[in-house]
Write a protein that binds this ligand. Structure first.
Ligand SMILES: [Zn+2]
Length: 414
């Protein structure tokens, strides 16, 4: 890990991303960093003046990972000497966490910590829907998606308006995006409409693409309703008792019917009622709600609600998989393969190969501890991921520059 931090971790890019400018501002200097050391030692309320100071400390501690928290009203390292009233979380990226754990009840290919190409499709669908929902409904532009290194994905939103959201506003915003709610004991997890009225426009617009996902992923690939447990869960979501009983009787005696067959059976039952009747409307609404329940993003709301929630920094290494938490392009999310993400051991091997290649090694060595190897990641498979972050940061910085030019006092409150 030490070689990874010394030679590969893109501290400069992370600094720029958190700071929005090249000259350090409170966005960086008042920012909390928390380190997890070997043996589960947890060090909170660290803060740094510059990127190289952060790097020096990371290299000295060699943490298994580190997390990023909010921007406080004072420097986190001074927490013990400032009055509690003068130490409050003020700004923070709006963050979201989507984890495969929340899909365990519906995925059929893997369980527990495992993830494969097939169940990654749940995460991919969630990314597409959430990315659009947030851009279209809230107007945020600076969204950074980061693979968690194992079986989930994080979203960091750095727009100024998002950074400034209070906890209360964050709760409201997340509540608005929480279409799936309720624990194991609750069968119906989608309750976003009044009776059988039409869906709110924001969710309705997501329904068409999700219907495609439902067909490909739920019915065909995952075959979620093939098992008795699977189709019984579906039956629970049918509001008409007679329809539910007739389908249960049919599926109980024909266990070989595929998920697609069963879904067709349900649709046939719906069509038996005339359009516009209360029963037809209720069943039609139920069909839409089922599609949403199986495909709409499942969010870990607690992560998003509080400014002082800590979230693992991009480019940390997941201790179980050794994979680097790399940024992901949402436009290419369907072709993203978690298993192809570089591991720390692969990257260090790549560095070794550079060192022995003729004509290479001009960066090798360096000063102990603070040696800068700015370009080392460029010669490894980490390069496209750092480049992705740098492009993201360039757009963010450009907007901040323009805002400052338009209003010279822009920085006053930050
Ligand atoms: Zn799987």
């Amino acid at each position: 890990m030490l070689a990874f931090y010394k030679r590969l971790y893109p501290f400069k890019s992370i600094f720029n991303w958190l700071n929005h400018e090249h000259v350090p501002t409170k966005l960086f200097t008042n920012r909390e960093f928390a380190f997890t050391l070997q043996g589960d030692v947890y060090l909170r309320y660290n803060s740094f003046e510059r990127a190289d100071e952060l790097k020096k400390q990371v290299c000295a501690l060699n943490p298994t990972r580190f997390e990023i928290g909010p921007v406080y009203s004072a420097r986190p390292r001074d927490k013990k000497t400032v009055r509690p009233a003068n130490f409050t979380a003020q700004l923070r990226e709006l963050v979201f966490d989507i984890d495969m754990t929340d899909y365990d009840a519906i995925r059929t290919c893997c369980a527990g910590a495992d993830i494969c190409r097939r169940c990654w499709a749940f995460i991919a669908a969630a990314v597409r829907v959430l990315d659009h929902a947030i851009r279209d409904n809230f107007g945020y532009k600076h969204l950074l998606w980061v693979y968690s290194g194992r079986r989930g994905i994080h979203l960091w939103i750095s727009d100024r308006e998002a950074m400034e959201l209070t906890d209360e506003q964050r709760r409201a915003l997340v509540g608005w995006l929480m279409v799936i709610q309720g624990g194991k004991e609750m069968h119906k997890k989608v309750n976003v409409r009044q009776g059988s009225r039409t869906l709110p426009p924001s969710i309705k617009s997501a329904l068409d693409p999700l219907a495609t996902v439902f067909g490909d992923l739920i019915l065909e690939d995952q075959n979620c309703f093939e098992s008795e447990e699977g189709w019984k869960a579906l039956i629970q979501l049918i509001p008409d008792k007679a329809v539910a009983e007739s389908l249960a009787a049919k599926w109980g005696t024909e266990p070989m019917r595929s998920s697609e067959d069963k879904w067709d059976d349900l649709k046939k039952e719906v069509r038996k009622f005339d359009k516009g009747t209360a029963k037809r409307n209720a069943l039609q609404a139920a069909v839409e709600d089922i599609i949403l329940q199986y495909t709409y993003p499942r969010l870990d709301a607690e992560v998003s609600k509080h400014r002082n929630h800590l979230l693992k920094a991009p480019f940390c290494v997941h201790p179980k998989t050794g994979r680097v938490c790399v940024p992901v392009d949402p436009a290419a999310i369907d072709s993203f393969r978690p298993e192809r993400v570089p591991t720390v051991s692969l990257l260090l091997r790549e560095l070794d190969e550079i060192a022995v290649a003729p004509g290479a090694g001009e960066d090798a060595g360096g000063e102990e501890g603070t040696g800068e190897h700015h370009s080392d990641w460029e010669r490894t498979s980490l390069k496209p991921y750092v480049a992705l972050l740098d492009r993201h940061v360039a757009a963010l910085m450009q907007e901040v520059r323009q805002a400052k030019r338009a209003a010279p006092t822009y920085d006053a409150s930050w």
